[in-house]
Design a protein around this ligand. Structure first.
Ligand code: ADP
Ligand code: MG
Length: 276
């Protein structure tokens, strides 16, 4: 199973937001996509999930072409996502937010649920079990009956990720999951993300928090002005002068990368080499 972008392109009117991007994402790894604001990161997520139509090129999973399919067909192919701005069903309970996403994946299950009450009951119990398990994993089990909109912001972010996991997706797309989280919540998220690495799943995280990216991601794609500027391991990204140049003049992001790199080296017990 590999998710492949082949010469991907997206234009909004005359504005080229994604220009000739080719890359691959493998299962068992956590992939990061980074880049300054407006680089095209969300556009990549939106095209993969089918929210935006691609203007050129192709997205495929397991040699099945996803680009051109409807959003629900892409979801059925096993692609789930979260949004840069939280999109929960505020007036539903926390548990209901998960349950509505647990839909029958086969036509036989649909008919079974309609015409055979014991089957429907069994499915209902299973649905609840899976959803409660996920809530527990995200430490949300005590909030199961609370309205989603009443949860603190950080908990809502966790609920969004839990909801994306309900159908056990093969591809999980997370668009800035740490946005708006405090330091403690970001640390909690970082630890949880690391446990989502699975041989049956491709995880892609778009993120600004460099500590999170550098500690959790196995491979990183760097986007700049809609183009793929660089890809490699966290260490290769940190060492790339192209990446450093791209971030110059865009605020403090390059300092974040350097600080995260230093933290990571310290964590790993690697001494920083001094230039003579
Ligand atoms: N729906 C849209 N309509 C027009 N332009 C858009 C739309 N979405 C994104 N863009 C433009 O495409 C570029 C990439 O945006 P985006 O993918 O959101 O970047 P990022 O997530 O890296 O900050 C930006 O110049 C942005 O203004
Ligand atoms: Mg974005």
């Amino acid at each position: 199973m590999t998710l492949i972008f082949e010469k991907l392109r997206k234009q909004y009117g005359s504005h080229v937001a994604i220009d000739d991007v080719s890359t691959r994402f493998e299962p068992g790894l956590i992939h990061g996509i980074i880049g300054p604001n407006g680089a095209g990161k969300s556009t990549l997520i939106n095209m993969t999930a089918g929210s935006y139509i691609v203007s050129g090129g192709e997205i495929s999973l397991d040699s099945k072409v996803l680009s051109g399919l409807k959003k629900y067909q892409i979801a059925n192919a096993g692609v789930a996502r979260t949004y840069q701005n939280i999109r929960l069903f505020d007036q539903m309970t926390v548990l209901e937010n998960l349950e509505v996403c647990f839909y029958p994946s086969q036509i036989g299950q649909v008919w079974g649920e309609i015409f055979w009450p014991p089957f429907a009951q069994k499915r209902l119990r299973m649905r609840r079990e899976v959803c409660m398990e996920l809530l527990s994993f995200f430490d949300l089990q005590h909030h199961a009956d609370a309205e989603a909109g009443s949860l603190p912001y950080g908990r809502q972010r966790m609920l969004e990720i839990a909801r994306a996991l309900v159908m056990n997706p093969r591809v999980l797309l997370l668009d800035e999951p740490a946005a708006g989280l405090n330091h403690h919540e970001t640390a909690e998220l970082t630890a949880r993300l690391a446990t989502l690495r699975s041989p049956d799943r491709i995880v892609i995280v778009v993120e600004h928090d460099m500590d999170l990216v550098m500690s959790v991601c196995d491979r990183i794609v760097v986007m700049h002005h809609g183009k793929l500027l660089f890809q490699g391991t966290p260490a290769e990204v940190q060492a790339s002068s192209d990446v450093q140049l791209a971030y110059l003049g865009t605020g403090n992001d390059i300092d974040d990368i350097k600080t995260a790199a230093q933290n990571r080296r310290a964590q790993l017990g690697i001494r920083t080499r001094r230039r003579s």
